[in-house]
Design a protein around this ligand. Structure first.
Ligand code: HEM
Ligand SMILES: [Ca+2]
Ligand SMILES: [Ca+2]
Length: 299
């Protein structure tokens, strides 16, 4: 519900917003991470902070999945949680911190303000073994991507809007070189491909090296419709970005979002809400409020 913590922890949302803002001013890319976290957490079973569990005592973290490649800033979730715990111990779920930090991160990155419900509980397990059944790969087909989102109630228009998150952040060379070597993917804009080859000069980048390309060279730290302008010029970095611009189901939405940032913001807000409300754990018999977002509570 809206304002779930209004009695139990009236300052919760304010504290989270303030922490997100402070972290943004120290490390701007934290806000980018909060947006990607929402996608990776909510798509796997529900928005239940399963993503945040660390590998420990027989638990294998979802973060170890290949799909999580490049995810960063998890340690700063603990900073937010600590600030909330100080005000209201064992009251505010990590799942709501994932959702609200994404919401506030979007605002910090110049995206729309979104009113979000709260009251999600935290999972008692990690779903590391099934991450790949839910989260698409960067070279999956558009029809598979649409069906994965459809399965959690996110329609095609909303899926196109969510991919607008690739208007910020980066892609590591690891996820790019297959489009550059041995031959350049003919669907890539040739000028952009030449730039990408300068950024990623070898076909076998060291997976541990921090070699990457920014998604959006023009407004790299702003969530806006520039992503759609880029992909229409075939400057999308991932295969899925390129496909979004050309597939007959998604292309009309891409066109419209590229032309109208207001329409993009509207659809992006609607889509973030759909994503954030996927199958939450609610009620007293479901999930728990974790004390530390990295571990399930010990009995
Ligand atoms: C078809 C679906 C998607 C696929 C296959 C996909 C894949 C990827 C890949 C491969 C990266 C780059 C990782 C790296 O090399 O560091 C990335 C980055 C990112 N993705 Fe997606 N993504 C998808 C949808 C989404 C959605 C729905 C959101 C959020 C609403 C999202 C948010 C982000 C963000 C913010 C980054 C940049 C992260 C950073 O710079 O730290 N993605 N995505
Ligand atoms: Ca989850
Ligand atoms: Ca941008």
């Amino acid at each position: 519900q809206v304002n779930y913590y209004s009695n139990s922890c009236p300052k919760a949302e304010e504290i989270i917003k303030q922490q997100v803002a402070e972290l943004y001013h120290q490390h701007g890319d934290t806000s980018i991470s909060w947006v990607r976290n929402l996608f990776h957490d909510c798509l796997v079973k529900s928005c239940d902070a399963s993503l945040l569990l660390s590998t420990v005592r027989g638990v294998v973290s979802e973060q170890t999945s290949g799909r999580s490649f490049g995810m960063r800033n998890f340690k700063y979730v603990n900073t937010i949680k600590a600030a909330v715990e100080k005000e209201c111990p064992l009251t505010v779920s990590c799942a709501d911190i994932v959702a609200l930090s994404a919401r506030d991160g979007i605002t910090m990155l110049g995206g729309p303000n979104i009113e979000m419900k709260t009251g999600r509980k935290d999972s008692k397990e990690s779903y590391s073994t099934v991450v790949e059944e839910f989260i698409p790969n960067h070279n999956d087909s558009i029809s598979l991507v649409l069906s994965r989102f459809q399965a959690i109630g996110v329609d095609a228009e909303a899926t196109v809007a969510l991919l607008g998150a690739h208007s910020v952040g980066r892609v590591h060379c690891m996820n790019l070189v297959h489009r550059l070597y041995p031959t350049v993917d003919p669907t890539l804009n040739p000028t952009h491909a030449a730039y990408l080859k300068r950024r990623c000069p070898t076909p076998y980048p060291d997976p541990k090296a921090v070699q990457y390309v920014r998604n959006d060279l023009k407004t790299p730290m702003i969530i806006d419709n520039n992503y759609y302008k880029n992909i229409l010029q075939h400057k999308g970095l991932l295969t899925i970005d390129e496909e979004l611009a050309t597939d007959p189901i998604t292309a009309p939405y891409v066109q419209k979002m590229a032309e109208d940032n207001g329409y993009f913001n509207e659809q992006f807000s609607r889509a973030v809400l759909l994503l954030s409300e996927n199958n939450p754990l609610i009620g007293d018999d479901q999930g728990e409020i974790r004390k530390d977002c990295r571990y399930v509570n010990v009995k």
